[in-house]
Design a protein around this ligand. Structure first.
Ligand code: ACO
Length: 328
């Protein structure tokens, strides 16, 4: 029986840090409000000339080094992003060229917002198991600062820029690596979190720019309630499918959107908060990058040891959601 394992992980966050104090000079907010309502203390912001692909390349380079592999070894590249460099071509093709991944590789982007990394993981997992590809590089990379309305205090305090990457390979050893993966989506909630213009239903025009329709719009309360519900359900289902109890999970790496969402998940699953990896205080919500960024930090800081079971769980615009169980 073969397994698919995570052979390397890497991440990158831009140098520039934007603190709550600085934000309180830009919009009508306070450090106290942001910390108590979201748990966020600061976030990283990409330089003007730093694109999503640049951050993806930095994270991927670190993941390849961690896996002791070269870009030339990769035959499948998937980038999860809602802030691609441009609508055409895919950011994956730009990253392929920048990294030097060979021309025979399959390279594409996927759009699943904050659940994007788990969607990429599931696709790569299936493709490697069927022997269609040998070594996959999956990346979550976001320049959310480019789609945040910096005059909207309800959203601009929440988001940041970063990238995280993982290298996946198949090994002939049962019971390790990706033990399970489950995804879902509920398009009924599509209008709760969106960028209204710039696509085919509302192409860019002087009016859309004037109406600030190219920025994120969110019904925070609705997203909050759905997030807690779907993350709890998919986590429970994942544990039940694999006959696991919460105490057998060493660490949960949840999507980092709001500390109160993570606390609600911890209470509902009856798993103590110290089992949840949290770094949103330092990065804010970096969408598809939160999980690989947290995974990279958790591994480097010794929070994950051989034999441990880790549960990854996310939700995002769509509404998309997913969970994955990893045995290290
Ligand atoms: N500073 C000060 N006051 C603020 C701010 C701010 N930055 N933002 C909103 N307020 C005010 C509101 O105007 C409101 O005032 P009012 O009562 O006078 O009307 C009050 O604070 C409460 O606002 P709520 O929106 O009800 O605050 P809530 O407690 O729900 O927290 C938040 C808002 C943090 C957005 C929360 O709802 C949340 O985290 N939701 C989930 C967001 C999320 O996870 N998004 C995921 C994105 S994932 C992706 O796919 C990109």
């Amino acid at each position: 029986m073969a397994s698919v394992i995570i052979a390397g992980v890497g991440s990158y966050a831009p140098e520039r840090i934007l603190t709550n104090e600085e934000l309180s000079k830009m919009v009508d907010t306070t450090d106290e409000w942001i910390r108590t309502r979201s748990g966020i203390g600061e976030r990283h912001i990409a330089a003007g000339n730093e694109a999503c692909s640049d951050m993806a390349v930095r994270a991927a380079t670190a993941a390849l080094a961690d896996a002791k592999m070269n870009a030339s070894d990769i035959d499948l590249l998937i980038i999860a992003t809602c802030t691609p460099d441009m609508p055409l071509p895919s950011t994956a093709c730009i990253v392929q060229h920048k990294l030097g991944i060979p021309a025979h590789a399959t390279c594409f982007d996927i759009s699943a917002a904050c659940s994007g990394f788990l969607y990429a993981l599931e696709i790569a997992y299936g493709q490697l198991l069927t022997n269609r590809y040998k070594r996959a590089l999956i990346i979550g990379a976001e320049k959310l600062s480019s789609v945040v309305d910096w005059s909207d205090r309800a959203t601009c305090v929440l988001f940041g820029d970063a990238a995280g990457a993982a290298v996946l390979i198949k090994v002939d050893q049962p019971g390790i690596g990706i033990i399970g993966s489950d995804l879902g989506a509920d398009g009924e909630f599509a209008d709760k979190l969106m960028i209204p213009a710039g696509g085919s239903s509302c192409p860019a025009s002087a009016q859309t720019v004037e109406g600030r329709q190219h920025f994120i719009r969110m019904n925070g309360r609705e997203v909050f309630k759905s997030a807690v519900r779907v993350m709890e359900t998919v986590s429970r289902e994942m544990m039940e499918q694999h006959q696991l109890t919460p105490d057998q999970i060493s660490l949960v790496i949840p999507h980092q959107a709001n500390i109160r969402i993570i606390e609600a998940l911890s209470a509902n699953l009856k798993m103590p908060m110290d089992k949840f990896y949290v770094n949103l205080d330092r990065y804010g919500n970096t969408s598809s990058a939160t999980i690989p960024l947290a995974l990279d930090e958790a591994r480097r800081s010794g929070r994950i040891k051989p034999g441990d079971l880790t549960l990854l769980v996310a939700f995002g615009a769509g509404l998309t959601y997913g969970a994955a169980l990893i045995r290290w």
